[in-house]
Design a protein around this ligand. Sequence first.
Ligand code: CA
Ligand code: CA
Ligand code: CA
Length: 254
Amino acid sequence: MDFQDQPITTARSIPWKPVAIAAGGLLVAVLVVILAARLLRGDEATRSLLQEAEELATPALVADFAADHGSLEACELLESEQARDNCAWGVARSLSDASLCGALTDPAAAMRCADGIVEALAIANLDVSACEAIQDGEREARCIALLSEPVTSENCLERATEACDDIRLYEEAVATLDALLCREIVEEGRRESCEEAVEDRLDVLTEDDDEDGLTNEEEARYGTDPQSPDTDDDGYLDGAEIDAGYNPNGPGRL
Ligand SMILES: [Ca+2]
Ligand SMILES: [Ca+2]
Ligand SMILES: [Ca+2]
């Protein structure tokens, strides 16, 4: 088959075939009747057909159809302004496209529509800078506060991330210094950063800046100076004093 054989489709037209399958045919038929009747208008019979079809196509049904198929055009079939706004809101939400909220006639509803989508995307992408596009100040602050906290197993569900299991594994691997647990993490980037974090923590735990035989972590535990090999300046290294049971911070034994 070459390019010439491609079926001809009109841009942005309603995909009738999948629609017919998805909607079970009935609603589509009703919408076709409405469209046809609106185009023809005029005579009594057409008007009554139009009325009948519009009664069948309840706002909720049309809104579901519009949202399922990302069709703002379907929302235009609704009579009341509020129903059209609700319908357009549903389409914008289902496509995660805040720009479509501009189709709402009520400016307050248009703002809530856009803010909700921007916020949901910011949370889904863990992108705190995206919160700044939220118009409602309070909502923007809430979004920034939420995303500024590091994601932990405690708050990962609230942040709508599906990575809670990964995050729990990450935390456990770092806490127990078990790099093998990192390998069970599904998301590749997080798996790699888990292995690095375990390695970094191992490095930190084994670091001995002043080379006195006590790691920095041990110096913190004994209260000695991690930057001075002989904290009490008595000629014996901190590590040697601990090993021999002497107080590295002054005279006497431990
Ligand atoms: Ca040391
Ligand atoms: Ca020391
Ligand atoms: Ca000493």
